[in-house]
Design a protein around this ligand. Structure first.
Ligand SMILES: *Cc1c(COP(=O)(O)O)cnc(C)c1O
Length: 360
């Protein structure tokens, strides 16, 4: 059996060694005679799996004891409501930066609970850039400042961490967590749906500064209350045990690769290669201001849209899967998260070049 290169934006490719280990442990996890899927979440075995995953994540991302790490459900989209419900406190006002479709979704959901000030937006520039922070209209009394460091659909990534002063900074890192080093201490809260860079879907990781716990609105559903999750080690109810276990295997794999620093070097190389090829091709194009081009999601168009079908068909035949762009953007998108080997990017560039020879 040969594995294809899967460029899907999410759920995304997982590291092959992780899948092999999961396969080997599927029927009998370390002599217990059970699959992890069948274990009680209260069992010593599973508690060890869960605690080890948290410890490894803390080590990889440099998360201090000032922060709680929560393994929740409801996806990143669930956090769009969970964040305001927990962080507003007595306040009603929040700041959001709008740089793409995921920002917009977060803003729309926050509006159900709070007065949202869109402090900056690049919508009028087709979300091809990040507004300079000097132009942001933030408020010193906002409950928090929310932004989306990597816009998965547009392929736009911040190359800086915003300065939010004393206002807690909140980031939706679903599609770029652990892809390069980040100083967690700059943030009040980070959340990330697992299915891009962490593991299977069904899990969302929340990293929250402990002083921000305990402020949830009274009407906050128990399952969305960060304090309740923290007090119960994310096991107030049955967590997504298998996803949590696989996330733990991914963290171990990341450590073996050399951690987030090694990922940074690899991801820089992979994305630079692909953008350099696109720019030089005279056939493919990417509209994002070069400084803000995503290292994780690389959208590109063909010189002639009527060739899209042929491009995708040929790619499929070569085991280069899921390259179709998001329906709202069109064209193609190659998602090249941590688990995408450099050889996958090389194979894609090779195919793209051959396609130009034939159709360009
Ligand atoms: C995928 C994604 C989401 C949505 O994640 P779900 O877990 O499906 O809710 C939100 N934000 C960003 C940046 C994403 O990439």
């Amino acid at each position: 059996m040969s594995r294809a290169y899967n460029f899907c934006a999410g759920p995304a490719a997982l590291p092959e060694p992780v899948l092999r280990q999961a396969r080997d442990e599927m029927l009998d996890w370390r002599g217990t005679g059970m699959s992890v899927m069948e274990m009680s979440h209260r069992s010593d075995e599973f508690v060890e799996i869960a605690e080890t995953a948290e410890k490894d994540l803390r080590e990889l991302a440099g998360i201090s004891d000032d922060y709680a790490v929560l393994f929740m459900q409801g996806g990143a989209s669930g956090q769009f409501a969970t964040v305001p419900l927990n962080l507003l406190g007595e306040n009603t006002r929040v700041d959001y930066v709008n740089t793409g479709i995921w920002s917009k979704k977060a803003i729309a959901e926050a509006k159900r609970y709070a007065t949202v000030n869109v402090a900056a937006s690049s919508e009028d520039r087709g979300f091809t850039t990040v507004p300079d922070q000097s132009e942001w209209n933030t408020s010193a009394d906002a409950a928090y400042l929310h932004y989306t460091p990597n816009e998965t659909i547009g392929g736009l990534e911040y190359d800086f961490v915003p300065d939010s002063g004393r206002v807690p900074l909140v980031a939706d890192m679903s599609s770029n967590i652990l892809s390069r080093p980040v100083d967690v201490n700059r943030f009040g809260l980070i959340y990330a749906g697992a299915q891009k860079n962490i593991g299977p879907s069904g899990l969302v990781v929340v990293i929250i500064r402990k002083d921000l716990l305990g402020r949830a609105r009274p009407e906050t559903p128990t399952m969305m209350n960060y304090q309740v999750m923290a007090d119960n080690a994310s096991m107030y109810n049955t967590p997504a045990t298998y996803s949590w276990y696989l996330a733990g295997l991914v963290f171990k794999w990341l450590k073996e690769q050399g951690g987030v620093d090694a990922m940074e070097a690899l991801n820089y190389r992979k994305s630079k290669k692909l953008y350099d090829y696109i720019d030089a091709s005279g056939f493919y194009a990417n509209p994002i201001e070069p400084r803000f081009r995503s290292w994780m999601n690389v959208p590109f168009t063909l010189a002639d849209d009527s060739l899209n079908g042929a491009f995708l068909k040929g790619a499929d035949e070569r085991g280069l899967l899921n390259l179709e762009g998001h329906r709202s953007v069109g064209g193609m998108r190659a998602s090249i998260y941590n688990a995408m080997p450099e050889a996958g990017v090389d194979a894609l560039i090779d195919y793209m070049a051959g396609f130009v020879k034939e159709h360009g």
